[in-house]
Design a protein around this ligand. Structure first.
Ligand code: AVJ
Length: 337
């Protein structure tokens, strides 16, 4: 072989991590509490479930017999990963809300086998998750570069590094369903801005089905989801010096048939006078009064196509599991006229 005359390039570090968490993140909890707990119908956004304990409870939910979405989505990925790698030819995978990246490995394996994989870009608010998965994946996939972004996908998408070739942006698990319809379209439009021609969005969404099946998935027999729901009160107690007794609240999960979404609520078992220390805020619950903690929208193909179209995305593949419970969609920027 002819000796190269080019100067050796500085070695690319296998792992890069950017953190965008700052005081503004704590501010967001305080603002959401101030806003949400003083409304006529009390409400908190679901993103505050996920402290270390909440993330662990969510992992346990994923293993529950009643909670089918995780298993269904994984089975679709296992079925289709090779085809997805072929269609996209992706050199990099951006994953929004990457968590433990458990299902991600199925995709990385397929991209690795196709010989295109260069870089993985996990985006998550939980710093330890991003760092641990970067360390694990660089050792499991020799040559893989990981550029982790510690941040909130509602606020920090513009910090995602520019693409270095065909990219898949993955938004798995059905998390898009946490946004009510208007915000959902705004979030999708922002995500679509990460895509250039030739890039793809791979998104998981739970599907409309028998309400009994849906309600059981959010109200399991072991009470893990109830604990997950009450965890938001533990977060308020710790982060904002509140004095809620989580056991004063019942877990409620119901399917809203008109809106086709699951709602989780915490219902006061008795009249409650509590206090949020850091905000010097008095919070009153009547007996039976409810705090809405999550909506989880369930989709039909038509709803999903409408949402994608509003973000100038067109469907490339609609993939479901054998029981038709969950959908994984591959879409791409609509070719401009
Ligand atoms: C992580 C938002 C997809 O909505 O199914 C699980 C969260 N809440 N059980 C969902 C959740 C209750 C989950 N997502």
């Amino acid at each position: 072989m002819k000796p190269s005359t080019a100067l050796p390039l500085p070695p690319q570090p296998a792992i890069l991590i950017d953190s965008h968490l700052d005081a503004a993140q704590e501010r967001s909890l305080a603002d959401d509490v101030l806003d949400g707990l003083t409304r006529p119908f009390k409400e908190l956004p679901p993103k505050h479930f996920y402290d270390a304990r909440g993330a662990e409870l969510f992992d346990r939910i994923c293993d529950l017999p009643e909670y089918y979405p995780t298993r269904a989505e994984r089975s679709i990925l296992e079925q289709s990963a090779t085809e997805l790698a072929e269609i996209t030819g992706a050199v990099e995978l951006v994953e929004l809300g990457s968590g433990t990246a458990a299902k991600t490995r199925v995709l990385l394996d397929a991209l690795q086998a196709a010989g295109t994989l260069v870089r993985y870009i996990p985006v998550d608010v939980t710093e330890s998750m991003v760092r641990d998965c970067a360390a694990e994946l660089t050792s499991e996939y020799p040559g893989l570069r990981v550029h982790g972004v510690i941040g909130d996908f509602e606020r920090h998408l513009h910090h995602i590094p520019p693409s270095s070739g065909p990219r898949i942006v993955a938004f798995l698990g059905g998390t898009i369903g946490n946004f009510p319809p208007g915000s959902r379209r705004r979030v999708l439009r922002e995500i679509a801005r990460l895509l250039k021609p030739g890039d793809h969005l791979l998104m998981g969404t739970d599907l409309v089905k028998d309400p009994d099946v849906l309600e059981a998935a959010y109200d399991d027999a072991q009470g893990v989801t109830a604990e997950f729901n009450r965890n938001v009160l533990h977060v308020l107690n710790r982060e904002l010096q509140a004095n809620f007794d989580p056991e004063d609240f019942d877990h409620v999960a119901l399917f809203d048939r008109e809106n086709e979404w699951i709602e989780m609520r915490l219902r006061a078992r008795r009249e409650i006078h509590s206090h949020v220390g850091d905000l010097d805020l008095a919070v009153h619950f009547r007996e039976g009064e409810e705090l809405r903690t999550e909506i989880s929208a369930k989709f039909t193909p038509a709803r999903l196509e409408g949402d994608l179209a509003s973000a100038d995305l067109e469907l490339v593949r609609w993939l479901t599991d054998a029981d038709g419970q969950f959908a994984l969609t591959l879409s791409r920027p609509t070719a401009s006229l």
